[in-house]
Design a protein around this ligand. Structure first.
Ligand SMILES: Cc1ncc(COP(=O)(O)O)c(C=O)c1O
Length: 429
């Protein structure tokens, strides 16, 4: 079997995978029947292709999502630690978001005009994240698209630099995109030295390699110095790093980007993204849009429904108390995983960023995503996912990462710890 991480017995892993796959399908007849129906009208039989790539042999079909729980159409209940890959970070129906949406539904969902909420939201974004000017989009993908467009407009350069295996949405990267490993300042220096890169687009802490990859000490200072020295703009994508704190990593790490992008949880699960920019980028954007039909924005961007939800998130949900709860639970989750890893002497690592925790099958904290691909330990990741899900715990389907929401119960974290211990007992050599 390919992709078995060190410390795991391949035969036990294969047997467990077979057993858990059968157990999953046998207990979900309605889910399996719906999948067959969906295959006739949906590519891969799923509404988005990646759902078909997640570990369960028939993908979960949700009946309802409440708090930090999911209920499927076959009557199973799950503690949801996947939380829609950060989009449902605050829980599926946070009372402040639900109240805001109910109120706004009677007042209109899209008008292509401003509301008072728009100003409250951009004031709050400016206060939290530091950049002066903000615009709205429908998603984080779109926020990145427009940020890169403005970086090109502001610098007159075409090329973009991203870190290896970074994911910033379903953007198309031209062949001219430069790629270097995260935490490699020498490679970065060589790549930006010719002065042809419009922007470095980076997560402040990498999350998409399936792990939490922290910057080395001095990495962000080096990144900022190199970009400033070469006239390259720095775009910080906070989409997945909002769990780090109420001002994201930008505030936690004291970063000074030229543009910031985010989406997913900013409107409590309603489609929305935002991007912020410096005075200099704003000046370039004004020139670009001065003739009227510049290609920034889209009709559904900044709809009052999403913006009302965003106001609720920024003013009522992203509080110090929310983060204290998320951090406390995440610390416990991390501690319990670390104890099992230590007990079995596994050369694995568990990492955390605020309320986000994930394990990597590397003996030391990974420094870049290149160390984690192609999908190191993928078979074990699938096995862990299925074992936990068959017993009522859902992790992120792609990476196995866990997120804590303000609506997550500590008893679910405890249960995860017990189940993780028992599955590792079963799988180790
Ligand atoms: C860092 C980062 N940026 C942007 C995106 C795009 O988000 P969306 O798919 O909601 O547009 C993602 C999605 O996973 C992401 O991880």
């Amino acid at each position: 079997m390919n992709n078995v991480p060190p410390g795991i017995d391949p035969d036990k892993l294969a047997a467990l995978l077979d057993r858990e796959r059968a157990m999953w399908t046998d207990a979900r007849p309605r889910t399996a029947a719906l999948r067959e129906r969906a295959r006739r009208t949906q590519l891969h039989g799923t509404p988005q292709h990646w759902i078909s790539q997640f570990p369960p042999p028939v993908p979960l079909v949700v009946d309802r999502a409440v708090g930090a729980r999911l209920y499927d159409i076959d009557g199973h209940e799950y503690a949801d630690f996947g939380l829609a890959a950060t989009a449902a970070l605050w829980g599926h129906n946070h009372p402040a978001v639900v109240a805001a949406l109910r109120d706004q539904l009677d007042r209109g969902s899209v008008t292509l005009w401003a509301t008072e909420d728009h100003v409250t939201v951009t004031e709050e974004l400016q206060r939290r994240f530091g950049l002066p000017y903000w615009q709205f989009t429908v998603s984080a993908t779109d926020a990145n698209r427009f940020a890169l467009l403005l970086a090109r407009v502001a610098t007159g350069r075409e090329r973009i630099l991203v870190f290896n295996y970074a994911y910033h949405g379903s953007l198309e990267y031209p062949e001219s995109t430069k790629v270097v490993e995260f935490n490699d300042l020498d490679a970065l220096e060589r790549a930006v030295a010719p002065g042809d890169v419009a922007a470095v687009l980076a997560e402040p802490v990498m999350t998409n390699g399936g792990a939490v990859i922290h910057p080395d000490p001095g990495f962000h200072t080096g990144l900022r110095d190199l970009t400033r020295r070469t006239g390259t703009l720095l775009v910080i994508d906070e989409t997945q790093t909002i769990p780090a704190g109420p001002g994201g990593c930008v505030r936690e790490l004291g970063l000074e980007p030229d543009l910031i992008t985010m989406g997913k949880c900013v409107a409590g699960g309603i489609p929305a993204g935002v991007y912020g920019m410096s005075d200099e980028v704003a000046a370039a954007a004004e020139l670009y849009t001065k003739d009227g039909d510049g290609g920034l924005g889209s009709t559904l961007a900044s709809g009052p429904l999403a913006v009302r939800a965003m106001r609720a998130v920024l003013t009522e949900v992203m509080t110090d108390e929310t983060y204290a709860h998320m951090n406390r639970l995440a610390e416990r989750y991390e501690r319990e995983v670390a104890a099992v890893i230590a007990q079995h002497g596994l050369p694995w690592h568990v990492g955390r960023l605020g309320g986000r925790v994930s394990y990597a099958f590397t003996p030391t904290p990974p420094r870049n995503a290149g160390q984690l691909y192609p999908r190191v330990g993928a078979a074990a990741r699938d096995a862990l996912w299925l074992y936990l899900a068959n017993r009522g715990i859902v992790l992120n389907g792609m990476s196995g990462a866990a997120l804590m929401s303000p609506m997550t119960d500590e008893s679910d974290v405890e249960r995860h710890g017990e189940l993780f211990a028992s599955v590792i007992d079963e799988l180790t050599c």
